[in-house]
Design a binder for this molecule. Structure first.
Ligand code: NAP
Length: 305
């Protein structure tokens, strides 16, 4: 399949593009951050008028995975218009073009559409209740896509892995600080379902290849606190877990409100794909193996100096 990946310089976008290259012809969309990655790149700022039409015309893809977003919660609070443009308006327009041209679309959303007050796993039929600009604009993006393209796949994700900048994901945060001997906070009252980004990429491709449409929770199958996540990383990497201070998120000084308990059910995903979601321990092992093999340096070499 000829696959267009927007946000190809992002944590998910680059991982997905590299994974998809094994089976598909990949074209990434980038604003100029990438330097000679092993896949073709089209340069575009998706907020420019007609940019979407132009890249789609140039690439003529059969499938698109939309990984472009304004994904920093605090920046979204500061620039709500930009958040709306990228997280809501661009996905809606992209979905409209895909429906018109019969291109399969996988749009990426977030686990944070929920307020995190439920103590049981959230299913795809549960009512979202976003707490901030990021999550509200992402939920509006889901609705904008669904309104014009019911055949699109919408994946609510949360992942960890190695990024171009080397400091984007929570996994990198713990590795970088613990290796430097820094003391860090780990929230004991924020729960999520982390999954290794390589596994996210494979699951998203499986949804695409199996032509599954609609809403899916594409997260890890186990819910753990951010503190426990840090501890697991420390143990895997042989770092000092005592540097991680167990703390409450209350009073932590973060600008955007965080949903406390993002335990999402992956039952629909595993049922429809007919297989288990890779366990957290397997993803953590792959994250560590990549580290040992110099993968973080390798993908950083794809970044413009
Ligand atoms: N990270 C997580 O665990 C997490 C959790 C929940 C949901 N998600 C969702 O997963 C998706 C990917 O997230 P991520 O962590 O990979 O994000 P990221 O690393 O911040 O990547 C975002 C991508 O969007 C691109 N982009 C931003 N503005 C653009 C514009 N005007 N034109 C073209 N491209 C633009 C960025 O390009 P530049 O590099 O040029 O800025 C970057 O490639 C997003 O939809 C996000 O909401 C992520």
């Amino acid at each position: 399949m000829k696959l267009l990946v927007t946000g190809a310089s992002g944590l998910l976008g680059i991982s997905l593009a590299l994974e998809a290259m094994r089976e598909h012809e990949v074209i990434g969309v980038d604003r100029g951050k990438l330097k000679s990655p092993p896949f073709q790149v089209l340069r575009a700022d998706l907020l420019q008028p007609d940019a979407l039409e132009s890249v789609i015309e140039a690439a003529a893809p059969e499938g698109i995975v939309n990984c472009a977003a304004l994904a920093n919660l605090d920046v979204c609070e500061q620039y709500p218009d930009q958040a709306k443009a990228l997280n809501t308006d661009v996905p809606g327009e992209l979905a409209r073009i895909c429906a018109e041209k019969n291109i399969k679309l996988v749009h990426i959303s977030t686990d944070a559409v929920f307020d995190g007050k439920k103590t049981e796993p959230y299913t795809e039929t549960d009512q979202p209740n976003p707490l901030g600009v990021y999550s509200q604009t992402k939920l509006n993006g889901e609705w904008a896509v669904q309104a014009v393209n019911p055949q699109a796949t919408i994946a609510r994700v949360n992942f960890f892995g190695w990024s171009l900048s080397g400091k984007h994901s929570l996994g990198e945060f713990f590795v970088n600080h613990l290796r430097a001997g820094d003391s860090v906070n780990g929230f004991t009252d924020v729960v999520f379902c982390p999954i290794f980004v390589g596994h996210t990429a494979r699951l998203l491709l499986a949804l695409l290849e199996n032509n599954l449409c609609g809403l899916y929770h594409v997260v890890g199958s186990e819910a753990i606190s951010k503190y426990q996540f840090g501890v697991e990383i420390a143990r895997k990497f042989g770092l000092d877990e005592r540097l991680i201070q167990p703390r409450s998120v209350e009073g932590s000084g973060l600008t955007a409100r965080r949903s406390p308990h993002l335990w999402l059910s992956t039952h629909k995903l595993s049922t429809d794909l007919g297989g288990e979601i890779p366990p957290f321990s397997t993803g953590l092992a792959e994250f560590y193996t990549q580290f040992q093999q110099g993968y973080p340096q390798k993908i950083r070499s794809y970044q413009q100096p």
